[in-house]
Design a protein around this ligand. Structure first.
Ligand code: C2E
Ligand code: CA
Ligand code: CA
Ligand code: CA
Length: 277
């Protein structure tokens, strides 16, 4: 499993060898948490750098283990993927995120919400129907939901993911390529897909203010995205210089600790209210 983004990785690296007792115990705990619907979702705002306006939020799963405390998603999402738990987990996150986005709309904040899809959830043939049902049940328009999918997910099964992406696109859901730039996607392949957004990986964004090569990568990603009529999002924006560069380069949306960390739902609402005051 890949957990390279996570600070918690070192902690779990040795413990989580395939089929180690620790790993199996953690999977059992995760199963219980998913069944009891104990997983929570944090929301990180997305902002238009030209106006400063909040346009949406990314939903990020959170698991607080009763003894170990918070377990990073880079650890528990791969565990879920490998133990058949990713489907109930994805539905849980989708449902919470859509309910929350309906609350925001009722409070006068017309935001979109983005939910991450891992490989097995994208390839489940039931996904588009379930998304349609959850949208209807929660009273959200399809265009208010963005689904974030990594390049590697698509590359793992291009035909299978293509079929699902087409059905999601037909529903009117927005599709985003997450961690863009890390998966060696060819321009031609991206052009064929019904994608609305590319999200430039934070590894390029984080150093663009100090490294002209990273800035060149970001610039060409913005240009490529725009040439393909896509919205371009930059994640991992941690300082004001980077924010200013991204605004200059014409990036449409930014997300990162500079604006806010991912927040529990109540804190997200207060953050929104404080900002629009
Ligand atoms: P991701 O989709 O690339 O999400 C962005 C990650 O970057 C999040 O980590 C977020 O907290 C972090 N981040 C945001 N702003 C900054 C910043 O300015 N600097 C830095 N250094 N990091 C920033 P998080 O929440 O730990 O999630 C890690 C990964 O776990 C996500 O990466 C995503 O791949 C996966 N994940 C999280 N929730 C879900 C979920 O509900 N379903 C699935 N399938 N995957 C999820
Ligand atoms: Ca994401
Ligand atoms: Ca990402
Ligand atoms: Ca990532």
């Amino acid at each position: 499993y890949a957990a390279k983004d996570s600070n918690g990785l070192r902690l779990y690296d040795s413990e989580l060898d395939t089929n180690s007792p620790e790993r199996l115990a953690l999977i059992a705990d995760l199963r219980r948490a998913v069944e009891r619907r104990e997983l929570e979702v944090a929301y990180q705002p997305k902002v238009d750098p030209r106006t400063g306006q909040v346009v949406g939020a990314e939903a990020l799963a959170r698991w607080r283990h009763p003894e170990r405390g918070p377990i990073p998603p880079d650890v528990f999402i791969p565990l879920a993927e490998h133990s058949g738990l990713v489907w109930p987990l994805t539905l849980h996150v989708l449902e919470l995120a859509l309910r929350r986005r309906a609350d925001w709309a009722r409070a006068g904040h017309d935001l979109h919400v983005a939910v991450n899809l891992s490989p097995n959830s994208l390839l489940d043939a039931a996904l588009p129907e379930l998304v349609a049902r959850l949208l209807a049940e929660t009273g959200n328009p399809a265009h208010a939901l963005t689904l974030e999918i990594t390049e590697s997910t698509i590359l793992a099964d291009p035909a299978g993911s293509r079929a699902t992406l087409d059905r999601l696109h037909a529903l009117g859901v927005q599709l985003s390529i997450d961690d863009f730039g890390t998966g060696y996607s060819s321009l031609g392949r991206l052009r064929e897909l019904p994608i609305h957004e590319v999200k430039i990986d934070k590894s390029f964004v984080q150093r663009m203010a100090v490294d002209h090569r990273d800035r060149a990568v970001v610039r060409s990603a913005v240009q490529l995205g725009h040439a393909l009529d896509m919205r371009v999002v930059a994640e991992g924006v941690e300082d004001a210089d980077t924010y200013a560069y991204l605004a200059d380069e014409g990036c449409d949306v930014v997300q990162g600790y500079l604006l806010s960390r991912p927040l529990p739902p109540e804190e997200f609402s207060s953050w929104m209210n404080a900002r629009s005051r």
